[in-house]
Write a protein that binds this ligand. Structure first.
Ligand code: C5P
Length: 225
């Protein structure tokens, strides 16, 4: 059978990563976290003293870092110039800067090319999650899903993740404000904003458990194949 390409988009905190990883593992597909790639280039910019609000400086430097993503859903990896970036790309500093960097057209062009070549090389197929996968990166995907959830549910999930991962004091209200701000920036940018493709299936995860969302997406993929 031909490789199956699945695009999963939506704002932060809707369960994209957990769902995509689990679905890919269940169906023997590859997995690509495109947000991690934008975080990785942002981390490199911060480390190299580039002002992330200077779009020209970001564009000039965009081709310098070498970003490599591993697509095994059981153990996804990301490196920048050979350095493990999985931990450092999740800091609040990177999270606060990533929307500015990812809005720069030169950054998007480079990362989009990288994403397309990774998807083309996945032998069994791949689940690709992000913001613009269904519309821009892989418009011919076999299945497009758009995940949504209420701002309260998204903030609660994200705040739970942060507490588990790092001993950062995270206040729910502050998490909610930061999420809303980031989504507004991602939805409002000129190049490839966060948006639902016309042919995407929208799944509201507010009242669903992770297991229910996984089951729903698996059923949709089996139906699409
Ligand atoms: O998914 P995650 O929250 O890790 O994404 C981090 C950021 O990367 C998003 O807020 C957005 O600015 C950017 N991004 C993007 N396009 C994608 C995936 C992520 O612009 N396809």
């Amino acid at each position: 059978p031909a490789a199956v390409i699945v695009a999963i988009d939506g704002p932060a905190g809707t369960g994209k990563s957990s769902t995509s990883k689990a679905v890919a593992a269940k169906l023997g597909l590859g997995y690509l976290d495109t947000g991690a790639q934008y975080r990785a280039i942002t981390w490199w910019m911060l480390n190299n003293g580039i002002d992330v609000d200077d779009a020209i400086a970001v564009a000039d430097a965009a081709a310098k870092p070498v970003i490599v993503s591993g697509t095994d859903p059981a153990a996804p990896t990301i490196t920048v110039d050979g350095l493990d970036a999985a931990g450092p790309i999740r800091t609040q500093e990177v999270t606060a800067a990533v929307s500015a960097v990812s809005a720069v057209p030169e950054v998007r062009a480079l990362i989009t090319d990288l994403q397309r070549s990774i998807a083309a090389e996945a032998p069994e197929g791949i689940v690709v999650e992000g913001r613009d996968i269904g519309i821009t990166v892989l418009p011919d995907a076999d299945l497009k899903i758009f995940l949504t959830a209420s701002p309260e549910a998204r903030a609660a999930r994200r705040s739970g993740e942060l507490k588990g991962k790092e001993a950062q004091a995270t206040d729910l209200a502050a998490t909610r404000e930061a999420l809303i701000k980031r989504d507004a920036a991602d939805s409002g940018r000129k190049t490839s904003p966060l948006a639902k493709a016309d042919d995407a299936v929208e799944v509201d995860t507010t009242e669903l458990t992770l297991e229910q969302v996984i089951e729903c997406v698996v059923t949709l993929i089996e139906g699409a194949g």
